[in-house]
Design a protein around this ligand. Structure first.
Ligand SMILES: Cc1ncc(C[n+]2csc(CCOP(=O)(O)OP(=O)(O)O)c2C)c(N)n1
Ligand code: SF4
Ligand SMILES: [Mg+2]
Length: 334
């Protein structure tokens, strides 16, 4: 475990928010975007750049957060922002960080800390761009990759990705009389996979933009102050893709965490710290979360039960609950 003293030191050096009243009023992702009402991915954008401040450059992979944010020559981005190809988030961050380092070394720009942040979606980052992100996490550059996960290829009309939950209806996996469940894969465990395989990566966290309050913004601050390659994976309720009224985005994010379905943690130099400990808190039945979304309306009792058993297994049987899906070491028989 991280010692209290070490945690205190990190906390102080990152200048974390201790109350919503400390949060800067200035916006660096402001009006001019065309995301859906209730879009949590838009909040992920707004809040990371609020936490990182004006000395930030952003690269963004294709997806809702590119298209909805740059339509018809309008943009909410106040800081320098660059679009990059769907699977190229990691490579674009390396290039940006390397370019800035070279310019500073040659004295062409002031030598100062400039935050380099890439955002990529669950398809662009968690599937297609995984190789580039892996490359970025093995460098010695100061860069942060945020995988914003709305659990579908939302921009191209809600196709399933490998981060779409089991059984969800998407345009690739419609339910019907012949087959009720079309998407039969369990969600890929991206953050932990990237954390365990990249010794150079200094900080990995999972987060949700709205709950617990300030948790996500403070994780961004920590990632940037720890420096080196870092990664945050956010779960972003998406009213269009998940099929619910936009007013419930905050509640759904909270239910995903309180049911234990989306584990909230940070890994600093190999040590896990739960930021919502679903091992110890009484978990909300996952059915309460699933029933509020149109993409699961075809579920029957056995589907809810399967979901619940998978969540319970994650917290009760895994070696590092909710994080690493290993169940210990088999004893070899003599
Ligand atoms: C190489 C490539 N293949 C396909 C596309 C079409 N395309 C554009 S956005 C997108 C979906 C991206 O999904 P995700 O990364 O999850 O971001 P979201 O749209 O959900 O925000 C796809 C398939 C593309 N731009 N480039
Ligand atoms: S489809 Fe989903 S991710 Fe895309 S803008 Fe709408 S709410 Fe946001
Ligand atoms: Mg997506």
């Amino acid at each position: 475990m991280v010692s209290t003293q070490q945690a205190k030191k990190e906390f102080e050096s990152a200048k974390l928010y201790t109350s919503v009243h400390n949060i800067d009023l200035e916006e660096f992702y402001s009006s001019g975007h065309r995301t859906c009402q209730g879009c949590e991915s838009a909040l992920v954008m707004r809040d990371f750049v609020k936490a990182s401040g004006p000395r930030t450059v952003v690269t963004g992979a294709t997806g809702c957060m590119y298209v909805a944010n740059t339509s018809y020559m309008t943009t909410p981005w106040v800081v320098p922002w660059m679009h990059t190809q769907l699977g190229a988030g990691g490579a674009s961050a390396i290039g940006m960080a390397a370019g800035l380092r070279a310019l500073m070394r040659k004295g062409k720009i002031k030598d100062e800390k400039i935050n380099v942040i890439n955002f990529s979606g669950d398809l662009g980052g968690g599937d297609m761009g995984l190789g580039g992100i892996s490359g970025a996490l093995q460098t010695d550059y100061d860069l942060l990759v945020i995988i914003y996960d709305n659990e579908s290829a939302a921009n191209t009309d809600i196709q399933a990705t490998n981060l779409t939950p089991y059984g969800a209806q998407t345009t690739f996996s419609p339910t019907g009389p012949a087959r009720r469940i079309m998407h039969t894969k369990w969600k890929k465990n991206v953050a932990a996979m990237l954390a365990v395989g990249h010794p150079n990566c200094k900080y990995v966290a999972t987060a949700c933009a709205t709950w617990p309050p300030m948790d996500y913004m403070n994780k961004v601050k920590k990632a940037l102050s720890i420096g080196g390659p870092t990664l945050i994976h956010t779960l972003d309720p998406c009213p269009k893709g998940w099929d619910y009224h936009p007013r419930y985005s905050g509640e759904l994010g909270q239910l995903a965490i309180k049911s234990g379905l989306f584990p909230l943690y940070e890994i600093i130099k190999g040590e896990v710290r739960y930021t919502y400990d679903a091992r110890k808190q009484k978990r909300v039945p996952v059915r309460e979360y699933l029933e509020k979304q149109g993409r699961f309306t075809h579920f029957i009792d056995e589907d809810y039960e399967l979901f619940q058993s998978k969540v319970d297994e994650m917290w009760n049987d895994w070696e590092i609950p909710g994080v690493a899906p290993l169940r210990g070491i088999l004893k070899l028989s003599q």
